[in-house]
Write a protein that binds this ligand. Structure first.
Ligand code: UTP
Length: 447
């Protein structure tokens, strides 16, 4: 793209101020700015402005009802596990990780997946995910291809982390990295923000950017070629997640579901998690900010919370459903943030108050489009303890404690008592659960 083309494009969408400082830029900076302008797409910019004008796509949750949530036990659980095991043995299951986030709350300088969480070895989050996939593939004798979404900002460091660690034992042929899109930030009038002279402020387009990125990168086509039917979706910050859990995959397949969600009972009525609700014939995810106090605290006759279940973002998708959704426009959500900007004199200002909007797409916005959706309850303590904050709740400290409590429970089931003061870590490739420990025996001590 040359200057004239850039000018024409920007004029057509009311963003010509991006070229205001052009004369002060050197050759390299000019090229970089033109490259950034080339990535801006008029349709997306119009969608951003529309979202700004309407205040974003919020849901009126007042007519929502609690969805039907399955709690699998006994025969029903055994049937679901058997169905999931058939899918895994036939190689019809893929794992899909969204790891493109900025991890700003944790404040770690690098991809969050590289953050050390192993209580003994300080192994990174990616290690626990990859080793589970490795072990699950071995157990069922078929590969589980692993699709990892990164962002432009963290893709190179993510790939390097896998390379430096020998892909954690996985065959690189079965690991597929792809990058999500970026959106520019805008001020309240819909003008794109420059965060440095000649540089447009861009941020990742949210985990919902996954759909377009899956299609653009060829990952969806790759899944089809490999005969994948079910896609297990999870987030990078939760090392307790049971990746490609046969019961969940099996339940999804038995229900002929297009979009299945694992749900856990909220820890308190106002826990900051999305809550799926039923509206007429379809389901939608309602964010905690969109629920009224009455809804958060509503109870049934037995005294249980009516909207008991929240979503920790553990899903199984039907691959064909993802294909169907990948070309559709998704709603945009606004986040009002402090974004550095270049003032009229060309100086960079770091605002002390939020001044601009980031735009994000959320994967759960495709839930209403699923012809069949299924919801499965699980125990939060066993499978969900995310690393979100540097300290306090949902921090590395709470996550490490929860990981060790889970492993201690497995050992306990094998008759081995480990005191809570003893640091403990189990390589998922050695044991995916207590049954592996029983089978493989126990070797105490780190090697
Ligand atoms: P979070 O909502 O926790 O955001 O992401 P974050 O960016 O990791 O952290 P903060 O809010 O800046 O502290 C939940 C999951 O979605 C992924 C993250 O990597 C994480 O696995 N995600 C989020 C993306 O892949 N892309 C995005 O644009 C946003």
């Amino acid at each position: 793209m040359n200057y004239q083309e850039a000018e024409k494009k920007l004029k057509s969408c009311g963003q010509e101020h991006l070229l205001a400082g052009w004369n002060k830029l050197g050759k390299k900076a000019r090229e970089a700015l033109l490259a950034q302008i080339a990535t801006l797409d008029a349709k997306s910019l119009a969608a951003c402005r529309k979202a700004l004008a309407s205040g974003g796509d919020a849901i009126d949750s007042s007519k929502g009802r609690a969805p039907k949530v399955a709690v699998l036990k006994g025969k029903a659980l055994a049937e679901a596990v058997a169905a999931g095991e058939r899918e895994l043995s036939a190689g019809r299951v893929a794992a899909l990780l969204v790891a493109g986030g900025q991890g700003s709350r944790l404040g770690y300088d690098g991809p969050k997946g590289c953050y050390g969480i192993g209580p003994v070895t300080n192994a990174p989050l990616f290690y626990f995910h990859a080793r589970k996939i490795y072990a699950r593939s071995l157990r069922y004798g078929a590969p589980i291809p692993f699709y990892v979404m990164t962002s432009e900002a963290n893709n190179a460091a993510t790939v390097k982390c896998f390379e430096d660690n020998g892909y954690f034992g996985l065959d690189p042929k079965n690991v597929f990295f792809f990058t999500q899109g970026m959106w520019p930030g805008m001020d309240k009038d819909g003008r794109i923000i420059m965060d440095a002279p000649g540089h447009v402020f861009m941020s990742p387009d949210g985990h919902g950017g996954l759909l377009a990125a899956l299609k653009r990168s060829g990952a969806l086509a790759d899944m089809k070629k490999r005969g994948i039917k079910s896609v297990f979706f999870f987030q990078v910050d939760n090392p307790l997640v049971e990746i490609a859990d046969p019961a969940f995959v099996g339940y999804h397949v038995m229900q002929k579901s297009e979009y299945s969600l694992k749900l856990c009972a909220k820890r308190d009525p106002k826990e900051k998690v999305g809550v799926p609700m039923k509206f007429g014939d379809c389901h939608r995810m309602v964010e905690y900010t969109e629920m009224t106090d009455e809804q958060c605290n509503r109870r049934d006759k037995s005294g249980k919370l009516y909207f008991l279940y929240g979503s920790p973002a553990i899903h199984v998708f039907d691959r064909a459903f993802l294909e169907r959704e990948a070309s559709k426009q998704m709603p945009l959500h606004l986040a009002f943030k402090k974004i550095p900007f270049v003032d009229a004199s060309g100086k960079v200002v770091k605002p002390s108050e939020p001044n601009g909007y980031k735009f994000e797409k959320f994967i759960f916005d495709i839930l209403p489009n699923a012809k069949v959706a299924a919801f499965l309850a699980f125990d939060q303590k066993d499978e969900f303890s995310p690393v979100k904050n540097a300290e306090g709740g949902d921090s590395p400290a709470t996550c490490k404690a929860d990981l060790q409590a889970k492993w201690r429970k497995w050992l306990d089931a094998c008759g081995v008592k480990v005191d809570a003061s003893v640091p403990l870590e189990i390589d998922p490739a050695y044991a995916l659960d207590a049954s592996d420990i029983k089978k493989n025996g126990i070797c105490l001590g780190a090697d």
